[in-house]
Design a protein around this ligand. Sequence first.
Ligand code: SF4
Length: 700
Amino acid sequence: MQNSEIKTTCSYCGVGCGIIVTNDSKNGVEVKGDVNHPVNRGMLCSKGMNLHYVVNDTSDRILYPEMRWSKSHPKERVSWDDALERAAAVFSSIIKKHGPDSVGFYVSGQCLTEEYYLINKLVKGFLKTNNVDTNSRLCMSSAVVGYKKTFGEDIVPIAYDDIELADTFLITGANPAWCHPILFRRLEQHKEKNPKTKIIVIDPRRTDSAALADLHLQIIPGTDIILYHAIGKRLIEKGYIDNDFIKNHTENFNLYKDLVLSSSFEKASKLCGVSVNDIKLAADMIGKAKGFISLWAMGLNQSAIGVDKNTALLNLSLVTGQVGKPGSGPFSLTGQPNAMGGREVGGMANLLAVHKELNNPMHRKEVADFWGVNEISEKPGLTATEMFDALESGKMKAIWIICTNPLVSLPDSRRVEKALQNAKFVVVQDISHNADTSKFADLLLPAAGWLEKEGTMTNSERRISYLPKGVNAPGEALSDVEILIRFAQKMNFNGFNFNTTEEVYKEYCMMTKDTKMDISFLNYNRLKNEGTFQWPVPDYGHPGTPRLFTDKKFYTPSQKAIFNIPTAIENTSEQPNSQYPFILTTGRIRDQWHTMTKTGKVSRLMTHIPSPMLEINPIDAFKSGINAGDIVVVTSKNGTVRVKAKITDSIREGVVFLPMHWGKQLENDLNRTNNLTNTLVDPTSKEPDFKFTTVSIEKY
Ligand code: SF4
């Protein structure tokens, strides 16, 4: 590393902690938390504080491009020129023969904004298909639709600094103590200093987050909307509502009121598995709050009714008028470090850059004009799971996968395996041979990782950080920006004459001009010299915007926030039956990240939970004849998993839990949780229903 000290941002979760990197004594690097960073104030969680191991250990890295001439040939080392010429030739020939929609790109919320921007420009502008989607589809797409339906745009209205200004928190469908640890640490510190702060947790598991709660509602999975409506009913009946805000700044309140008042607490209690008393207690805490913040993540988003769950929760902020003022507002927690940046550049099959809409002809023309292309296709692209369906059926022939490991992370892994086997051409652009998906690559491209390239990211609170390059990538690995530019040039596309990543960022910043996320006055110099900024940054010298909607003007046509009425109130997932009587829910553990290609190689992170275990309630275990540590076979209609049982009363009866991280390569086929998960998706957001799969359990 040339500079003795580099300031950067953690590459794991959406909290976006500041990190200082220095040289160690053995030519490697060390990391520590940045005490001056506004997010983490020097703190790092177990994953962040071990990031240097990932940089220093290059033993698993892909060092040069590898290619095979046919499925029956072994992969062999090739030059970058040969690799990208072959990619260009195969993509051109498939598009010529089968049309642009026969190819697609599947990318990642870990891509930097510049990479994400280039991918979208390349695919939507020049390859002429909207088949570009991201693993953020598995993470935030239900929240995106929820925000758009309620506020008129995909906007997180508040900042982490609002945590210290609030007195009541509802954490629902999230375990930030493990998945967003530094944000949770700030919440813990706030409660330590202000013991009257109220925390309500809604979760079928008594997690470490629930351990801090004043009230834990151990809900039956899938019944969230019923519970939020019951809370809404109590708020209205007790007069804990903001009539002035509702009258002047919202639409549809009467429809909402009629709906929630028509329900009964007793019915809600029975359906949700939560006592009437606790429902009323939760509502009273929210109703009496001076500053109320809701925090949520995958428990809401990863659901067949994920969008309705989101809007039903957002309604609680509207009915109490807890939006646009200090210490209040809804706050979705992004799982990945740059899921927000990806949304900004239109990194989904149904979106365009700078929050423009694919289904709006004017927006398509504006984007096409900006990129200097004739048009953008009006046909929505295939979403994450749809792309793999299309590969399996043969409708899509080629896929380019960047910085993600779908063989482990997508639902129903065996279907993904079949899809990749069936594809005519698979490009995998990644850093590690440990990504199971790389085994299916016809072309394997070595990418630079964290600290080996520069670019920007946006965290969960709209905060943009600049990440400098500190070390050289191993072997012949290149930055994703350089790989994409070289490919575009091999395709003879105009519009990719960038010499630096900074030039890509400049172009993207110009595109945001006069939008709600205007950062046209932001640049690398400001980010390097002045630190991080929360968008919008619409002027020279503008300090960024921590809080939105302070004027109570929302981004809907009427400028009013909208109470949405759900299309489904009860869960539409396949319900337990005599063959599959348990509900399987999946999620993260504290020290692992996604499919473990990085955290799995850090031995000290493997000590917390070294192998996957099925959490099962003691009553269910007793009825099934299972003792602690027994090997159990978990079966769904899609597949099987074989793991040890962990008997714990922290999970409610009828529900079992498996961590999402383990793949085939690190352990064995039968540790891969997504062998089991169902293929349902939310009808609007197309986010998979990871949190509700019916399974059977038996002792092995
Ligand atoms: Fe990194 Fe998230 Fe941990 Fe912060 S909380 S150190 S961003 S993993």
